[in-house]
Design a protein around this ligand. Structure first.
Ligand code: NAP
Length: 390
């Protein structure tokens, strides 16, 4: 079996750590690079264990300090820093596979570089597709890259679709499931005063902070709608949200003959990660199987669009100009940071997103630089809206 050289972008995150747990069982993957932003301690531990050629951190200071520690421990890993280094380790000609698991728009340039350079890209960084779906999918087509979805719902849809990863005429609907997050049973008025700690406490999944808040606002489901449109080349009208509090069914596809194919499993990201790492084969993921004697009640219902207005807004955004999606994502990232810092209330997040989406300019977006420029403009608009809200 020929060696696969993997760059793991965001190795210190929730997806990054799960990826390393799964990959520890495989001998065909060699680690080319591991990257983190600030978590130097964990990156050092990961370098000791996985011996990558490169490690990347967010600043020169952290990189110098990691280099000293690696050197003192006799490790050969070279340490780089900054955004260009992320792009370089995602696109180097020795790299065959890239796990894109940086959170947020910060992952766009490196995810794009991997796609543009013909890599097999395992995509967790959904924000990259939301911001630049058309450019990213064109880059995949042009370069001959392979894009495999890691997000559990999209991985499920990919599995349900079978060999064809695009939705043809034979698909009637995609049923995008979501647990409903920690506030499914709360009233709108109760949501005004929830704390970041409560919002981060997801009932089923253990995830990074940003996606946990996105699950609480259901922004995550909105981002996933847009992500699915690009991944499977499907119109937003063909995708329905289904609330499924148990997170056992990870999504479903209904075909023209009314057959519904679902993918089920434990709510553990190691399953979709193992699926893409082994694709088209299968491997042990280190996840226990489902005990059907304990699964007597799987519930499904429609979402409450009044309580979670970002779901409806996501549909408008998915049907509109690409700049709306950039605004939607940028405003969310700014608002989530402000909520976590206790600068705005929980419901401020959706108000800020709606304000920025309504006012976003709609320039031509021909390059990733165009996307990143508009992203910066929308972030500035969102920062302005924080003061109105706070
Ligand atoms: N977690 C899940 O279960 C899950 C499920 C589906 C999809 N996803 C998607 O996967 C992506 C990662 O999510 P996560 O939950 O793993 O996030 P996370 O735990 O917050 O980890 C984020 C990773 O990105 C790095 N990072 C943060 N800011 C960065 C920056 N400005 N530049 C470079 N690197 C940066 C972090 O480094 P430091 O540790 O040094 O900060 C960390 O390695 C997100 O797009 C998310 O939507 C996650």
């Amino acid at each position: 079996m020929s060696a696969k050289w993997l760059t793991l972008l965001g190795s210190t995150g929730s997806i990054g750590q799960s990826t390393l747990e799964v990959i520890a069982q495989r001998s065909d993957y060699q680690i080319y690079a591991l990257t983190a932003h600030q978590n130097m301690e964990l990156l050092f531990d990961q370098c000791q264990r996985f011996r990558p050629r490169y490690a990347v951190l967010g600043s020169k200071l952290l990189a110098e300090s990691l280099a000293l520690r690696l050197d003192a421990n006799g490790l050969q890993t070279s340490v780089l820093f900054g955004e260009q280094a992320l792009v370089d380790v995602a696109s180097d000609s020795d790299v065959t596979h890239v796990m894109a698991a940086i959170v947020g728009g910060a992952g766009l340039a490196s995810s794009f570089a991997a796609a543009n350079n013909g890599k097999t890209v395992f995509l967790a960084n959904k924000e990259a597709l939301v911001m630049a779906g058309s450019l990213l999918m064109d880059a995949v087509d042009r370069s001959g890259a392979t894009l495999l979805p890691v997000d559990s719902e999209h991985n499920a849809i990919f599995q349900c679709l079978g060999q064809s990863s695009e939705v043809g005429r034979e698909v009637r609907r995609i049923l995008l499931t979501g647990s409903g997050g920690p506030f499914l049973e709360r009233s709108l008025s109760e949501l005004e005063h929830v704390t970041p700690a409560e919002a981060c406490r997801h009932p089923n999944w253990v995830m990074g902070q940003k996606i946990s808040i996105d699950s609480a606002t259901m922004m995550n489901k909105g981002l996933e709608l847009i992500e699915a449109c690009w991944l499977f080349d499907v119109a937003p009208q063909k995708i329905e949200f289904v609330i499924h509090p148990q997170s056992i069914v990870h999504s479903m596809v209904e075909f023209q003959d009314a057959s519904v194919i679902a993918q089920l499993g434990q709510p553990d990201m190691k399953t979709p990660i193992a699926h893409v790492l082994a694709f088209p084969d299968r491997m042990e993921a280190g996840v226990s199987g489902l005990d059907f004697s304990q699964l007597s009640a799987l519930e499904f219902r429609s979402p409450d669009f009044a309580q979670f207005p970002l779901l409806a807004l996501a549909r408008t955004v998915a049907e509109g100009h690409q700049s709306l999606a950039i605004a939607f994502n940028a405003a969310n990232e700014v608002a989530v940071d402000a909520f976590l810092a206790e600068e705005i209330p929980f419901l401020g997040i959706q108000r800020i997103i709606a304000t920025v989406v309504a006012q976003a300019p709609q320039p031509e977006l021909n390059t990733i630089e165009d996307v990143l420029t508009l992203d910066r403009v929308c972030r500035t608009m969102a920062e302005g809206a924080l003061h109105i809200d706070g």
